[in-house]
Design a binder for this molecule. Structure first.
Ligand SMILES: Cc1ncc(COP(=O)(O)O)c(C=O)c1O
Length: 501
């Protein structure tokens, strides 16, 4: 129990004052037991008599009652003068001049696009969530139990647990062609932290960063909040148009080459090489976000950008377990150029003093035991079936409206709606939601209003059968929305183009 001794009066007065404040403020609730006098005396390093006297004083003030043989309790009749939580509207945010420029920039960011599960929907074609695999979850729980028994009690190493770094180095060499030592792998709590830390060590306020547009708004917002100025770079079916990158003044380039988010474009080998040459020639840092490069459905995946770089000088490779396992885990990794590694680890140290040892050791165990690979194989088979069901359903039920430029990777596809203006897409999303179908427009992933309209179809959270039913329902919604001229009110969260402008 926390009793504050401020040294400003005799000990008994200090103890009484501290406990009185806790009772009156409601921190100690009516009926709560005060610590045994012997325990509190030992904790504070004072004589037991001093504590007894303080308790007697509180009883005299009718703030506490002593019960023979049981101890001393906060009096039931005490009404805390200022309750800890008050009902009513949330207080207004502190005025801008009282908060940092960082907080001011945070407030200016648009609301997050992704929403959690919406139970009122029969079929939610949301993207960004991985396949739920009960076998994986039971292996994970076992691994977690073992790790909890064996884990260190001290702080974890800020760079990450050696066992996990070894397992990741082996995994990314095998699956993504990235050759590195375990010592090159820095464990972070997901892509998000990776981008924030890399931005912290590589950028100053006002530095320019080239980003894909449309892109992954969480990473872009992390950069904006840090004070970066964004330079939008176009891309086509072969990925980022490297020739459109400015030759000067760009400090960092953030890309998703294996499966561009959200369009799904896969960057061609030629473009990857051109990007590496550009980075070398201009001295820009490249951040490769390989968030779901694991799952591909048309043969061997292209090697990661980092794997193609001779000398490993400019590319920081960022991987995450959010897609291959589950995002609640909050674990990812960075393989950065050697010259940056110590700065990155120092930034990690100051940020959170390292990721949880228990989680890291459990994950290392999952990877070493083969359970992780078995999960990847099962997930790849199941995702392939679901994707086939989605594509088949889209062809059969939505073929006249939806054009799919399939990227053969990841866990979502984009269905473009070339003949649909933005307000009609909003009506469609609204109508579908009324009928229990969750549709997600691509528009919020653009930073300004775009003529390109489309929907993101995630297929990891729906079964083959559900995807069949969902696409049939989509077909009916498309038919009805294209006939009706009624324009539904815009959906504030996912379709607000103003927020993106
Ligand atoms: C492009 C992209 N990168 C990374 C992530 C995952 O981020 P994190 O590792 O912080 O969960 C996502 C999640 O949807 C994503 O779309």
């Amino acid at each position: 129990m926390f009793v504050e001794l401020d040294g400003d009066a005799p000990l008994v007065v200090q103890i009484t004052r501290s406990l009185r404040a806790a009772i009156v403020s409601g921190t100690l609730r009516p009926g709560a037991a005060l610590p045994a006098t012997r325990t509190l005396a030992a904790e504070l390093g004072v004589s037991r008599n001093t504590v007894v006297t303080a308790y007697e004083q509180l009883c005299a003030e009718q703030l506490a009652v002593a019960e023979v043989g049981r101890g001393t309790f906060v009096a039931a009749a005490v009404t805390p003068s200022s309750p800890q939580r008050t009902e009513g509207p949330a207080p207004a945010p502190a005025p801008l001049h009282e908060v940092s420029r960082y907080a001011a920039r945070l407030r200016a960011l648009p609301a997050p696009v992704l929403r959690g599960p919406q139970p009122q929907l029969r079929y939610d074609m949301r993207y960004g969530e991985p396949l739920v695999d009960p076998l994986l979850m039971s292996s994970w729980r076992r691994a977690l139990g073992q790790a909890a028994m064996n884990c260190r009690e001290n702080y974890p190493p800020c760079i990450g647990e050696a066992a996990l770094r070894r397992a990741i180095a082996e995994y990314i060499l095998r699956r993504r062609g990235v050759l590195c030592d375990a010592d090159d792998v820095v464990i972070v709590s997901g892509t998000h932290q990776a981008i924030c830390l890399l931005a912290r060590i590589l950028l100053d306020e006002g530095d320019r960063v080239a980003v894909e547009n449309p892109g992954y708004e969480a990473s872009v917002q992390a950069l904006q909040a840090g004070g970066a100025r964004l330079v939008d770079v176009p891309f086509d079916a072969h990925g980022l148009e490297v020739s459109a990158l400015p030759r000067t003044g760009v400090r960092m380039i953030l890309v998703t080459p294996s499966h561009q988010f959200p369009t799904g474009a896969v960057m061609s080998l030629e473009r990857r090489r051109a990007l590496l040459e550009h980075a070398d020639a201009t001295g820009s840092w490249v951040i490769e976000d390989d968030y779901d490069g694991e799952f591909r459905y048309d043969g061997t995946p292209l090697p990661a950008l980092r794997a193609l770089e001779a000398g490993e000088r400019r590319v920081s490779y960022v991987g995450t377990f959010s897609k291959v396992l589950f995002p609640g885990l909050r674990l990812g990794y960075v393989v950065c150029p050697r010259a940056l590694r110590d700065d990155l680890v120092a930034a990690k140290r100051l940020d959170d003093r390292g990721c949880s040892s228990v989680d890291q050791l459990a994950l290392a165990q999952l990877m070493e035991s083969g359970a992780f690979d078995r999960h990847l194989r099962r997930a790849a088979v199941e995702l392939r079936r679901r994707r086939a069901s989605l594509l088949d359903g889209l062809r059969r039920h939505a073929g006249g409206h939806v054009v799919v430029l399939d990227s053969c990777a990841g866990m979502h596809v984009v269905g473009w709606l070339p003949a649909w203006p933005a307000d009609r897409v909003r009506s469609l999303v609204h109508l579908a939601a009324e009928r229990g179908l969750g549709l997600h427009s691509i528009a919020p992933h653009y930073r300004r209003a775009t003529p390109a309209q489309g929907l993101l179809f995630g297929y990891a959270t729906l079964s083959v059968k559900q995807l069949g039913a969902a696409t049939a329902l989509l077909g009916a919604c498309l038919r009805d929305a294209s006939r009706s001229r009624a324009i539904a009110p815009p959906l504030a969260v996912i379709d607000d183009e103003d927020a993106m402008a």
